[in-house]
Design a protein around this ligand. Structure first.
Ligand code: ADP
Ligand code: MG
Length: 355
């Protein structure tokens, strides 16, 4: 399995820079997510790693090898796309066997013309060598599609098509698995169960995986580490807990989970803590930034609601509850505090009064 290193990657399209100075150091066997809003450059980054796009500048390494000049099919990357990109006229088995067979024919047959292979593969007479047949059957069993091998992919559900796409990538035993928004076309329930399936496969095979998504919950629940991208740049890389607890910018705080963001000024410091003036109130906060004008992030679940008589908190704000929304296991309160509208999530236990 290979580590993936991206150094100072730049990509221009007709003079417009869409990726600037992307640096990634993805460890062998790691599940790494690229997270960011639509248009920020996630797919372009993946396509540069896979070899479908040539970087304008920068270096891409897979394993110990610099792959900039290596053709996509020799980079040993398996790719799964949002659209699945299956062959609709072929059955499940043939879809999964296709690449294996092409690479076998290419390496063994002196006639190196794609057209000939394709015709051979499409022919009803095409027979697979025994080892290919076994390998495909094994992988179909692994993704629980063995009973659907002879069906056309167009006859399958979205989740099943997704598993065919996964099987097709995995059957080549790639060093690196690249997945570009693979769950976006699935309904919500299926998306949750496919998260677990993909995570399980990744852990079983210990395959270095780069997973692209615009869905923060998906990235945070699946990946060992997450890189957050915006406008062609990487803003922060960290474990999910790292990003959640120590966002380095308001954008990250807002993008990764819900947050209340308040403007303040640091008025004194004590080791890692700072006293921050926010309007009329002052609060204590963890801080490692030098400047005085700061933004304070308060996660909704970190707010306790107390009545006016129990003010013995370090960080205390007075506010008025405007709405309470019952969300099942939690209740979300919208609270007006000065010029801010804060949200607070409290755990709901049956019998609790909702204020
Ligand atoms: P994401 O996957 O994060 O949604 P993309 O990598 O697809 O973003 O796109 C990043 C930016 O690059 C977008 O502004 C997009 O319009 C532009 N872009 C992507 N591919 C091309 C292309 N082949 N030619 C010109 N512009 C492109
Ligand atoms: Mg994309």
């Amino acid at each position: 399995m290979g580590a993936v290193v991206v150094e100072q990657l730049v990509k221009d399209f007709s003079g417009v820079t869409v990726l600037q100075n992307i640096n990634l150091d993805i460890e062998e066997g790691e599940f790494f997510a690229l997270l960011g809003p639509s248009g920020c450059g996630k797919t372009t980054t993946m396509r540069c790693i896979a070899g479908f796009e040539q970087p304008t500048d920068g270096i891409i390494k897979i394993g110990d090898e610099t792959v900039n000049d290596i053709a996509p099919n020799n980079r040993n990357c398996g790719m799964v796309f949002q659209s699945y990109a299956l062959f609709p006229h072929m059955n499940v088995f043939d879809n999964v066997a296709y690449s294996l067979n092409v690479s076998r024919l290419k390496s063994s047959n002196p006639l190196k013309k794609m057209g000939i292979y394709t015709r051979m593969l499409n022919s009803k007479l095409a027979k697979y060598p025994k080892d290919i047949e076994e390998k495909v059957n094994d992988i179909l069993e692994y993704v629980e599609l063995e009973d659907h091998a002879k069906k056309l992919t167009s006859e399958l559900s979205g989740g099943q098509q997704q598993r065919v796409a996964l099987a097709r990538a995995l059957v080549m035993e790639p060093e690196v698995l690249l997945m570009d928004e693979p769950l976006s076309n699935l309904d919500q329930k299926l998306r949750h169960s496919m998260r677990n399936t993909i995570r399980q496969i990744q852990q079983d095979l210990k395959i270095t995986t780069i997973f692209v998504t615009h869905d923060q919950e998906e990235a945070m629940s699946m990946a060992d580490r997450v890189a957050v991208m915006k406008d062609g740049e990487i803003l922060q890389i960290g474990t999910p807990t790292d990003l959640y607890s120590h966002p380095q910018s308001p954008f990250i705080a807002d993008f990764v989970g819900k947050s209340n963001i308040l403007d303040g000024k640091i008025i004194s410091r004590d080791n890692g803590d700072a006293v921050v003036q926010i309007g009329e109130q002052s609060v204590k906060s963890f801080s490692n930034i030098e400047k005085e004008d700061v933004q304070v992030v308060i996660r909704p679940e970190s707010i306790d609601l107390v009545d006016e008589n129990s003010r013995n908190y370090d960080n205390y704000f007075e506010g008025t509850i405007q709405f309470a929304t019952y969300l099942g296991s939690t209740v979300r309160y919208d609270i007006k505090v000065g010029k801010y509208q804060l949200i607070a999530d409290t755990v709901y236990e049956s019998g609790d009064n909702i204020l």
